[in-house]
Design a protein around this ligand. Structure first.
Ligand code: SAM
Ligand code: SF4
Length: 346
């Protein structure tokens, strides 16, 4: 059965209005840019990458720091983007990370700047990243059991992640959010312990439903741990009070009256496509209007071919105007995109 996305069945307009913002045919406006800085990673989370890694993007295909920061400037100053999220792959593996953040923070108007990271190396770099202008981080952590962490990520780096989390908080990269993907028979017994841990440390936990974006095609709808199940587990232990959602993908609940909260990003079972405000740029300069889009728009060729800022902004506007209504994972007929999550930028 098709999932109701709360969007009109047919697009509202056939001609793009003459507006600088990244509007689409369904009345949405993209203001949140996800920038993938690299497709490489120092972990090999089983749901994200095979043990041997992937065929990494060739160096020459990657946007240089100058190319990336130019596109970010265009997004912020010409297209109305207000939020920049750096991701990957593992964004901390990007050599020029601090410089890219500094250039982003120097823009007028200054966007909010965040990063999704596995936190390895943050213990050493949290302060310099904060000084460069990073506002906050989302840290991925799927287990509190060191042996399980090693199994799940295929690397023995649990202690580094805990140290990275603490360093992020101490450096003021707040609120520090924790992203967790639960998998049946792997870590689905850790919903409550993870929430207890996050509440105790002042981290804000967000569970993310596992999505069909893995190159191994191992995702199985029947096996997936759903938002409903996660909430049932948490409700057995805590009193959860629903909070207003706004445009955020996470549904939120206050835990035992607050101030701590917990979120669930139910991308599969409760899609939030109608409120989507995202636009995405891959490390090799492809624009994506959606995580699940099967097509993308090349910005690198015009960029390297001498296009002006206004021409590049025009390509970006056109790509977003054509954004599809939604992903329809749960509605049948879904095609998994060719690019895996680690290359799109999660
Ligand atoms: N390496 C960084 C990290 O792990 O935070 C940033 C990139 S990672 C692809 C971004 C987020 O995507 C992580 O929180 C990860 O758990 C999540 N992720 C990866 N594959 C996923 C999948 N198939 N379904 C849902 N979330 C996924
Ligand atoms: Fe790396 Fe993040 Fe993928 Fe894990 S989820 S393998 S940390 S990119």
């Amino acid at each position: 059965m098709p999932v109701d996305l709360g969007l009109p069945a047919v697009p509202n307009a056939t001609r793009r209005p003459d507006t600088p913002e990244l509007v689409d045919r369904f009345g949405r406006v993209a203001t949140d840019l996800r920038v993938s800085l690299t497709d490489r990673c120092n972990l090999r989370c089983t749901y994200c990458m095979p043990a041997e890694g992937l065929d990494w993007l060739p160096g020459g295909d990657l946007l240089s720091d100058a190319e990336l920061t130019r596109l970010i400037r265009i997004a912020v100053t010409a297209l109305g983007v207000t939020d920049i999220r750096f991701t990957g792959g593992e964004p901390t593996l990007r050599r020029g990370l601090e410089g890219i953040i500094e250039a982003t923070a120097a823009l007028d108007p200054r966007p909010r700047i965040s990063m999704t990271t596995n936190a390895i190396g943050l213990a050493r770099r949290a302060r310099s990243l904060r000084a460069a202008g990073l506002d906050r981080v989302n840290v991925s952590l799927d287990t509190l059991d060191p042996a399980r962490f090693t199994e799940l990520t295929r690397r023995d780096r649990f202690a580094d992640v805990l140290a990275g989390l603490a360093a992020a908080r101490e450096a003021g990269l707040e609120p520090v959010k924790v992203n967790t993907v639960l998998m049946r028979g792997v870590n689905d017994d850790e919903a409550v312990p993870l929430l207890r841990f996050c509440l105790a440390h002042g981290y804000r936990l967000r569970f993310i439903e596992q999505m069909p974006l893995d190159p191994q095609h191992g995702w199985d709808r029947g096996e997936m741990v759903t938002a409903e199940e996660i909430l049932a587990r948490l409700s057995a232990e805590y009193d959860l009070t629903p909070q207003a959602r706004g445009a955020a993908p996470a549904e939120r609940w206050l835990v035992d009256g607050g101030p701590g909260d917990v979120g669930v990003i139910a991308s599969v079972t409760r899609p939030f496509c109608a409120a989507c405000d995202r636009t995405r740029l891959t490390a090799d300069g492809a624009l994506r209007s959606c995580l699940f889009a099967t097509g993308e728009t090349d910005l690198r060729a015009p960029l390297r071919g001498g296009a002006s800022d206004e021409e590049l902004a025009g390509v970006w506007r056109g790509a977003m105007w054509a954004k599809a209504a939604g992903h329809g994972i749960d509605g049948g007929g879904f095609t998994q995109p060719d690019r895996p999550m680690s290359s799109i930028g999660g």
